[in-house]
Design a protein around this ligand. Structure first.
Ligand SMILES: [Zn+2]
Length: 130
């Protein structure tokens, strides 16, 4: 039964995982590397590094469904606990994760708060408890 639930969460998050896999494959074609960690695929280097360097906030890593993109191998190691919280959030929210994330960021921005650090998804990933 647990395997069925796991497969359902993978399918549920698959639209965003697919996007991450596309960026990851472009990374592999340009000298990057990939590995599987648990139920996630991690990619770093090549076009993945270029992609992250051109994102707002210059992230060390970014989770897309069950895919984690990192600047480097070391960046993936440093950020793994944080990014795995996002993997579990994608498993819960599925296709609605990015729209919900952007909704909270927009509302926070209009309230004069930090659209990244005050976002409830990031607060959970950073372990903020208040
Ligand atoms: Zn995060």
């Amino acid at each position: 039964m647990r395997i069925v639930l796991t497969l359902l969460t993978i399918v549920w998050a698959s639209p965003w995982s697919l996007l991450g896999i596309i960026v990851g494959l472009l990374g592999l074609l340009s000298g990057g590397r990939a590995r599987r960690v648990g139920m996630a695929l991690e990619f770093h280097g090549g076009a993945v590094t270029w992609f992250l360097r051109h994102c707002p906030n210059n992230p060390m890593a970014m989770t897309m469904g069950h895919t984690i993109l990192g600047l480097t191998d070391a960046a993936l190691d440093i950020t793994r606990d944080h990014e795995w919280v996002h993997v579990r959030q994608y498993a819960r929210w599925g296709p609605f994760f990015i729209p919900a994330y952007l909704y909270f960021s927009t509302v926070l921005w209009f309230q004069g708060k930090d659209p990244y650090r005050d976002n409830p998804f990031e607060r959970e990933a950073y372990g903020d408890t208040d």
